[in-house]
Ligand binder design. Structure first.
Ligand code: GLN
Length: 380
């Protein structure tokens, strides 16, 4: 078969997870926690399956969840949203991103992408007829620069797709970076699709700043969040989209013909979860930060060059000091010879321009992290 999609390789997350299953490796590749997620939220979903409504919910999402999303963002991020006209529920953040690209791009429009980028972005942009323009971010700081933005934006720029906190780099962009990006969006009249699924996973006292809250950006942002990331329930695929009414109306047209709805039971459980108190979210951050520190110290004591992790549940190492030049070959050997699966970060660059960084997911039990460290002993 000859089509854009037929020519694509299988996503690196699936490839590495399959390799891990086949070889019995400890899987620190694909990003998912080994925590089962909050018991009360799961119990709510179970109860809603047994006793609740199991037919199509409203196309834009259960009213109680849309309101819970608006309340949640007001409380945690000072963002005032009208649940009726500015919030929609999708089947995961990936559907929200795909729908936004389909809804906002006409063939030939330019889309600014920041690499490293999540591997779904580029195929979705191309399939929507968009012409990608890349801003390349490099380790160890991964910061935005005026020159790089100036080279990527043009009069044809329609959309910017920006992930903050950034997977896989684990950076949390500061106000100055966001202000710079906002200036370019305004100057070129571009809409920013903001993949903010890691918004709650920011460490060391940092606060997540939604691009939508910057001056001039309220009407030109599509903010995307994910219950899977917030509650460590990655299989649930419940996403939320927030945008000004005029934009949301168009996004709803894409959503209605993609998935139309999302399981109602999961939606009501997520509505319950989003209303949890601050102690829950702080505790979650503390637990993740503790795992990050444990794994960082372990990697450092093995002599590995660890890059800072400000947010997300990922941590990267620079493999250059190991004399390695090819992250893919390195990860293949890591699975085969050490029994540890990781992700080569070059998979997040369209021309694989950065090949010296390898990503580990630290959202695992202490015993799992310690087991992986034991297997990596002698590497550094
Ligand atoms: N978001 C997850 C990661 O970055 C993977 C999701 C997937 O497997 N598609 O690892």
């Amino acid at each position: 078969m000859n089509s854009v999609l037929a020519g694509l390789p299988t996503t690196v997350f699936e490839v590495m997870s399959r390799l891990a299953r086949e070889t019995g490796a400890i899987n620190l590749g694909q990003g998912f926690p080994d925590d089962p997620g909050p018991a009360d939220v799961r119990a709510m979903a179970a109860d809603a399956v047994v006793n609740g409504w199991n037919q199509y919910p409203p196309m834009l999402g259960l009213p109680e969840l849309r309101q819970a999303v608006a309340n949640h963002y007001q409380h945690h991020q000072g963002l005032a949203l009208d649940a009726e006209s500015e919030v929609m529920i999708t089947s995961g953040a990936t559907e929200a991103i795909a729908g936004a690209l389909l809804a906002l791009i006409e063939p030939g429009d330019e889309v600014v992408l920041f690499q490293p980028m999540y591997d779904a972005y580029l195929p979705l942009v191309r399939r929507a007829g968009g012409v990608p323009r890349f801003v390349t971010l490099k380790p160890p700081h991964w910061r935005l620069s005026e020159e790089a933005l100036a080279a990527a934006f043009s009069e044809r720029t329609k959309v910017v797709l920006f992930n903050n906190p950034l997977n896989p780099s684990a950076v949390v962009y500061a106000r100055e970076d966001l202000e710079l990006l906002a200036r370019f969006c305004e100057r070129f009249d571009a809409i920013a699709i903001c993949d903010e699924v890691w918004e709650h996973l920011v460490f060391d006292g940092r606060r997540h700043l939604p691009l939508m809250t910057l001056p001039g950006m309220r009407e030109r942002c599509v903010k995307i969040g994910s219950a899977g990331k917030i509650f460590s329930l990655t299989g649930w695929k419940v996403g939320f989209v927030s945008a000004a009414p005029e934009i949301l109306k168009v996004l709803a047209k894409a959503h209605q013909f993609l998935t139309f709805t999302t399981p109602p039971n999961l939606q009501s459980a997520v509505a319950y979860g989003l209303a949890k108190d601050d102690a829950y979210f702080e505790g979650m951050r503390r637990d993740f930060a503790r795992s990050r520190d444990r794994f960082t110290e372990g990697l450092r004591s093995l002599g590995l060059a660890v890059l800072p992790s400000e947010g997300t549940y990922f941590i990267n190492i620079d493999i250059t000091p190991l004399g390695e030049e090819d992250d893919v070959a390195f990860c293949k050997r890591l699975v085969a010879e050490r029994g540890v699966a990781a992700i080569p970060v070059s998979a997040f660059y369209h021309e694989n321009s950065v090949r010296n960084v390898v990503r580990f997911c630290f959202a695992k039990k202490d015993a799992t992290l310690d087991g992986a460290l034991e297997r990596l002993a002698g590497l550094g």
